[in-house]
Design a protein around this ligand. Structure first.
Ligand code: CMP
Length: 139
């Protein structure tokens, strides 16, 4: 059975360009409940750890520089079949291909600066949530 939680980050480009409020508003209007939320900045080390699965990719160094370059807003969200429903809601990795009205279509500017992250499986939603939030930081 699909899980009811996912993990997301509003990425530095979207935070710095003042899109956080609009993105959170869209998330809430879509019926996701926020179970945890914080504004933080990833160190280079933390960004490398979070994206370790991509460490052999040609874009890895650029991704780490970008993700540690400014503030992020990380959240745990709740909704039925949350991982897949949220991935559909944010759109494809590359904003150029993202369906109209999705978060990445609205606020992403490149395949790297794609405004938000969304977990790709229930297992990774748990791992990523635990990476960012302790048990007493969740509602
Ligand atoms: P995200 O869903 O957070 O997962 C990995 C991130 O790497 C992705 O969003 C993009 O920000 C980035 N990414 C994925 N593919 C590429 C690519 N081909 N070139 C540059 N960045 C990429």
């Amino acid at each position: 059975m699909a899980g009811d939680k996912t993990f997301t980050m509003i990425k530095p480009d979207a935070v710095v360009n003042h899109h956080s409020g609009a993105i959170i508003d869209l998330i809430l209007r879509e019926g996701f409940k926020i179970k945890a939320l914080k504004l933080t900045q990833l160190s280079v080390e933390k960004a490398k750890e979070f994206y370790a699965v991509h460490n052999d990719k040609p874009f890895f160094d650029s991704l780490i520089a970008y993700m540690s370059s400014g503030p992020i807003i990380s959240m745990i969200l709740e909704k039925e079949d949350c991982v897949q429903v949220f991935r559909d809601f944010i759109g494809t990795t590359n904003p150029a291909d993202a369906a109209e009205g999705t978060i990445r279509n609205l606020y992403g500017t490149s395949i790297e600066n794609n405004a938000v992250h969304g977990s790709d499986s229930d297992e990774n939603a748990t791992i990523e949530s635990d990476f960012h939030f302790s048990s007493d930081e969740r509602y």
